[in-house]
Design a protein around this ligand. Structure first.
Ligand SMILES: Nc1ncnc2c1ncn2[C@@H]1O[C@H](COP(=O)(O)OP(=O)(O)OP(=O)(O)O)[C@@H](O)[C@H]1O
Ligand SMILES: [Mg+2]
Length: 375
């Protein structure tokens, strides 16, 4: 007897248990097509107008300036780092600083070497070729790219089978700007062809304040310092999220307030959208609540934890966990996931005694906000 699993794909809802849709979360660092259009308007166009990432900005600035002085294209540039931190923005800036046109394509769009050959053979001298998600290119295209980056040459294969011949085609010098969220997945030979690699890191709250003020200005909003600061603290170090939260606060202020982005507007809007003071959303908090209240702080296995919050283990691991671990709310141990002191504190709970001794030899918890372990 065959098992009908069609409901798995056809009828199963995208969202499970209480409607949590991970792809629609307001604190997701990725973006969809509609959002990309809104984003384009907020992208800084020059390096001087790009706040944050001081090291990368200075290093890249130097590489570009020197190349401009020499009048030759700079080394190829690789930009790596998590989603929403400005890789695409910087790629565009490279082209505008060099005053060169930019050709934009991406790894998934280049599935055959031929796709790449046609892009490469149509590049003009000095042009910038932006390869987004470069780690997702096919192997054969990757090999063609090494050669093109190093020798400015592609071998065009004519014919098939034993009679096929490779005709070398000289290319004018150009600059590849590659972007990847997964630098570790790039094969070493490809990585080595980039003369400059900039690694983008999460932004400080102060940098996000600058970014948010700039975005508010571009959106024609009246925003005060406290309002902007409140948004910056909830943005998970990510400009894309910051700009998105700003747009939601704007909506709230225009409907319920006087249109101004103030501290009160930011707090109330972000409460409505379930983003708390540290940028945790409903799923993040559900995971921490389960860890602390149900499992006494852990450690507990991923699948048990996932069942407790009514999610797939994969969702917990890829959607909630990275930020919780990065911010020190959660610890991964060989025996499972555990809550840190910070998690207990954040939920206003007093840590269970053994959890406290296991995970937090340091700070005693002063606060007690009505948790289960208070009496
Ligand atoms: N330093 C910055 N200053 C101002 N805005 C920024 C900065 N970095 C990113 N942004 C804004 O954040 C949004 C996302 O940036 P961008 O598209 O460059 O990210 P990304 O790293 O390419 O993300 P992905 O990995 O998803 O492609 C854009 O609207 C951009 O304007
Ligand atoms: Mg991008």
């Amino acid at each position: 007897m065959s098992v009908d699993r069609s409901w798995d794909v056809d009828e199963a809802p995208d969202t499970w248990h209480d409607g949590y849709d991970a792809t629609a979360r307001i604190v997701d660092a990725g973006s969809d097509t509609d959002e990309r259009q809104v984003e384009a308007a907020l992208r800084p166009k020059r390096l001087d107008d790009f706040p944050g990432q001081p090291r990368v900005r200075e290093q890249l600035g130097l590489v570009l300036k020197a190349a401009r002085r020499r009048g030759t294209p700079p080394d190829h540039v690789l930009l790596s780092g998590p989603p929403g931190l400005g890789k695409t923005t910087l790629a565009m800036i490279v082209a505008s600083e060099l005053e060169q046109p930019i050709r934009i394509t991406s790894g998934p769009a280049i599935q055959h070497a031929g796709d790449l050959a046609s892009v490469l053979s149509s590049l003009a001298e000095g042009e910038v070729l932006f390869l987004d998600e470069i780690h997702r290119m096919s192997r054969s295209a990757e090999e063609m790219l090494y050669l093109a980056m190093e020798d400015f040459r592609v071998d065009v294969i004519i014919g098939k089978g034993p009679g096929a011949t490779a005709i070398p085609l000289e290319l004018p010098p150009f600059t590849v700007v590659g972007a990847t969220t997964r630098a570790g997945l790039l094969p070493a030979p490809l990585r080595d062809r980039f003369g400059f690699t900039g690694h983008l890191d999460y932004y400080t709250a102060a940098d996000l304040v600058t970014i948010l003020h700039r975005s508010a200005r571009l959106l024609g909003l009246d925003a005060d310092d406290d309002g902007i600061r409140e948004i910056s603290l909830r943005s998970r170090g990510t400009p894309r999220i910051a700009n998105r939260l700003l747009r939601r606060v704007r909506d709230w202020a225009q409907v319920h307030g006087d249109g101004r982005v103030t501290h009160a507007a930011a707090r109330q809007a972000l409460e409505l959208f379930d983003v708390d003071e540290r940028g945790l959303d409903r799923l993040d908090r559900a995971v921490l609540e389960a860890l602390c209240r149900r499992f006494n702080g852990g450690p507990v296995g991923l699948s048990t934890l996932a069942v407790a919050v009514g999610e797939e283990p994969d969702t917990v691991e890829t959607v909630a966990e990275p930020y919780l671990v990065r911010e020190g709310f959660m610890v991964r141990t060989p025996r499972g996931r555990a809550a840190s002191t910070l998690a207990w504190e954040h939920l206003g709970l007093t840590p269970a005694v053994d959890a406290q001794s296991m995970w937090s030899a340091t700070l005693p918890i002063e606060e007690s906000g009505g948790g289960r372990f208070d009496s």
